[in-house]
Unconditional design. Structure first.
Length: 177
């Protein structure tokens, strides 16, 4: 009984090969689509796939890597753009505050004591806002890949006492006309 079953299996496989696989392989010589389909089948289920299937798999993998690289580059660019827009709003806000304080100090500058007090307060706040602006400029430059000296450090914003002392020293040396 088992030999009979084995013999029927062999007969079926020979007939299947003769009637289905041989014409399919013959047709695959003349049809690139059919050859690609057989190559994909062989690549998935057989240990030694065809050269065409291997090449197509390599192309698909390279295309997937390129697509992933483009997506990552676009995502990175979108993040930089979003951060730049947010920082731009902060910079505009700081700049407008400096201008408003300067206008207010100039408007009350007519009154001797009030004008001097407003100027002192305005200068201290302007120094803080200018330092914040310089930090924003440094961060935006770094996000764009520009590697210059830090404007924040050049203007002694990291050491405000030394910066104010330098401003006082330069003001004392200034010759008023």
């Amino acid at each position: 009984m088992p030999w009979r079953l084995i013999r029927h299996a062999i007969n079926i496989s020979v007939l299947f090969s003769a009637l289905v696989i041989a014409p399919l392989m013959t047709a695959a010589h003349f049809s690139a689509g059919l050859a690609g389909m057989l190559g994909e089948f062989a690549g998935k289920y057989l240990p030694q796939s065809t050269l065409l299937a291997t090449e197509q798999g390599a192309r698909r993998a390279a295309a997937a890597r390129e697509r992933a690289r483009r997506v990552e580059a676009a995502r990175s660019k979108a993040n930089v753009t979003r951060e730049t827009r947010a920082r731009r709003g902060d910079a505009l806000n700081k700049g407008s505050r400096i201008l408003v304080r300067g206008s207010a100090a100039m408007a009350v500058g007519i009154v001797p004591v009030v004008g001097l007090t407003a100027d002192i307060y305005s200068l201290a706040e302007d120094y803080t806002d200018v330092c914040a602006l310089l930090r924003i400029i440094d961060e935006m430059s770094a996000s764009l890949g520009v590697q210059d000296e830090s404007l924040y450090r050049l203007n002694y914003c990291h050491k405000p006492d030394e910066g104010m002392a330098l401003l006082r020293q330069q003001a004392d040396q200034f010759a008023w006309p």
